[in-house]
Design a binder for this molecule. Structure first.
Ligand SMILES: *Cc1c(COP(=O)(O)O)cnc(C)c1O
Length: 461
């Protein structure tokens, strides 16, 4: 299995190369040279067995199936629910797929737990040590910290926007006590954090000197790991499904598209990216123009993103894998702050099964209260963006599956404000309050972040 860059100017590489690099050296994102065709889950196959089998189609020779099996068993053994991604019905024709039973109560754990296992495996094999840098809008950082704390072969530097994430989100990354983790609270928003990471990868001398790697959703292994739960829900519910995916960087929704391309969704593919007031993705789908806007703070901070990085992978497919067209579009966007999509991409996008819609702050807060009145359950504000949009969809002969991307307990202040009741903290979150937080307030500049990384590398090697 070979991986190529969406911008067409990087050499192809194997799974190990694509996974450990994160971003391709030409600034593009890695995608598999072709989509493998994978058998759907068999009766009796457990989540971690399905995960190993699906991932092995993407790892190829880099990690054989027999080696992946114990890695997946370990990764998913840390979940509080043995089904990993269980379904609960909340309406006659609608289900929640609960993706928040991992160590940090958000769906990011599902990919990050296995990625940490994969990194250890690959780095053991090659005898390297790597510096992982990770920008977070709140949940990726915690999931990465939980997964990589104390890892043998990796250091982890996490950039989060200071004051723009919930205290529980922050504590998941700042209380590990692990000496291989550095937390930087940047004076900026998530887009600033993400841009600094992207720019650092553009400096090849620095990348090679510190052996830099990235585990943001630009990393193909995350997309592959997330395609697994689309396959298990299809096997569990059967028939035609319509997914509603609370979206930010669009990694989760793209994983659904990938599952469909790999033959894992027998009932066809339809997914709506539900975004909050940061509606860049909805505007992009509806107007065919990529345009820059600065992110505004909302009740669903993990989705406060104005530049959805995984759209690039979709655009690559929608242009018929025309890397020159993708590169030109992104170059224009970078220079002008706006770029129309190529015409053929716009028409293909309309038939892709994907679409996007925006939900306002008031609608999100109202939905959390309504959901609790109707079911007795509390949902997190990101999930509420999804269920609100699910109610708006026209009746159709399909089952609707909303991805529950985090637990209510991860956003206690917002949930209490919306419903008048504090969510119950799972025991694993209670423990957070007993540890000291360690993070460093840092200027939102590439120079400041680079200097801190160099200092850490100097100490750890
Ligand atoms: C990251 C995140 C999202 C957005 O997922 P993307 O893959 O970036 O689209 C939605 N909800 C929660 C709780 C998240 O942590």
């Amino acid at each position: 299995m070979k991986y190529i860059s969406t911008r067409g100017q990087a050499p192809s590489t194997d799974f190990a190369g694509a996974c450990l690099a994160g971003l391709a050296p030409d600034g593009g994102l890695y995608v598999p040279e072709s989509f493998p065709q994978i058998d759907p889950p068999a009766k009796g196959e457990t989540y971690h067995e399905v995960a190993a089998r699906i991932l092995s189609a993407f790892t190829g020779d880099a990690i054989p199936l027999d080696d992946l099996k114990p890695l997946c068993a370990r990764a998913y053994g840390s979940f509080a629910h043995q089904c990993v991604a269980p379904l609960t019905q909340w309406r006659q024709d609608a289900w929640l797929m609960e993706l928040h039973h991992g160590p940090t109560l958000a769906f990011k754990d599902i990919a990050m737990q296995i990625i940490a296992q994969i990194y250890d495996y690959l780095l053991d094999k090659s005898g390297q040590r790597m510096m992982i840098v990770c920008a977070t809008s709140g949940d990726t950082g915690g999931a990465a910290a939980a997964a990589f704390a104390g890892a043998k072969n990796t250091d982890l530097v996490i950039l989060h926007p200071h004051g723009r994430i919930s205290p529980v989100q922050r504590m998941f990354m700042t209380t590990t006590g692990a000496s291989n983790i550095v937390n930087l609270a940047l004076d900026g928003d998530f887009d600033d954090c993400q841009a600094i990471v992207k720019d650092m990868f553009g400096d090849r001398e620095f990348v090679n000197r510190v052996n830099l790697s990235g585990v943001n959703s630009i990393n193909w292994a995350r997309v592959a790991a997330q395609s697994v739960y689309y396959a298990t829900v299809q096997a569990a519910l059967g028939g035609a499904l319509r997914f509603v995916v609370p979206s930010g960087n669009m990694g989760d929704a793209l994983a659904g598209y990938v599952a469909a391309r790999c033959g894992l969704l027998s009932g066809g593919f339809e997914a709506v990216c539900a975004v909050n007031a940061n509606d860049a993705l909805a505007r992009l789908f509806n107007t065919g123009v990529m345009s820059r806007a600065s992110a505004v703070a909302t009740p669903s901070p993990a989705m406060d993103i104005s530049v959805p990085s995984n759209f690039e992978r979709l655009l690559f497919e929608m242009t018929g894998r025309d890397a020159d067209a993708v590169r030109t579009t992104y170059d224009t966007y970078k220079q002008a702050g706006e770029a129309p999509l190529p015409e053929e991409a716009v028409s293909r996008l309309k038939c892709s099964g994907l679409s996007a819609a925006s939900v306002s702050n008031d609608e999100t807060m109202g939905e959390m209260a309504r959901f609790e009145q109707e079911t007795g359950w509390q949902i997190c504000p990101h999930t509420a963006v999804g269920t609100f949009h699910a109610r708006r969809l026209p009746d159709a002969d399909v089952k609707t599956v909303v991805l529950a991307t985090a637990a209510a307990a991860k956003f206690p202040e917002t949930v209490e404000e919306a419903t008048g009741r504090k969510p119950v903290m799972p025991a694993r979150a209670e423990a957070l309050y007993q540890h000291d937080e360690v993070f460093e307030r840092t200027e939102a500049s590439i120079a400041a972040v680079r200097a801190r990384i160099e200092q850490h590398v100097g100490r750890s090697r």
